[in-house]
Design a protein around this ligand. Sequence first.
Ligand SMILES: C[S@@+](CC[C@H](N)C(=O)[O-])C[C@H]1O[C@@H](n2cnc3c(N)ncnc32)[C@H](O)[C@@H]1O
Length: 224
Amino acid sequence: MEILASHFDEICLVDLDTAALQQCVDGLSATAASRTTLRAGVDLSCILSQLDLLHAEPSVPQQTMDALVSMARDLPSQIDLGQWDVVVSTCLLSQLVDSVFIAVGAGHPRSADLVVAIRDGHLAQLAALAGDCGKILLITDFVSSDTLPELRHVSADQLQSLVHQAVANRNFFTGLNPAVLLHRLQKDSVLVKPYPAWRWNLGPRCFAVCALETVSGLTLRDKK
Ligand SMILES: C[S@@+](CC[C@H](N)C(=O)[O-])C[C@H]1O[C@@H](n2cnc3c(N)ncnc32)[C@H](O)[C@@H]1O
């Protein structure tokens, strides 16, 4: 945070978890603290309270799923967080996806539709926050050692080929194929730079994480 505050006049942190955000600012220098604002308790899927209600339902009706899908897709119009020069989404998207499976179960025939709607709503929100001139940095875990046990032990120079092979074998979290995310971010003729994947060790699980950065000022049309 100190480093970020030395580069930016204003930083806004957004998360559902108030205590986690407070931890980020505890102990900051006066300058960094004065540049940081917190938007705590914000549900960045906008359907979490509805999902919570579904836990008690043995099977979620089609109509309810249809309503949730259209709410999730329409995310940018439901949460206004302003416009920013740089918008960063870090290891959040997989949590939004997980909330669907926890609520309706992976076996529900519309669960994948709802995941895709949440993903696309999130990407649309990042685009709205960045506006025409801002940069987006999307960082997300996309596969774990649960389905790719080699992730834990593969050597650093084999990591890229391991995760590329996993993606080619469709071994990734539902809705989080990095190639599809890149394509979606490029949708509005913005170029996207992918970074090499890295490992994130979290307790008993290890995750592969990818980062995608929109390149400002260049469009696919400019390149032709
Ligand atoms: C793996 S942590 C990443 C935290 C932080 N972005 C970072 O990179 O250090 C995932 C975060 O997603 C937040 N989260 C999960 N579901 C959310 C939702 N529906 N809306 C907003 N935040 C959510 C959790 O509270 C948690 O802080």
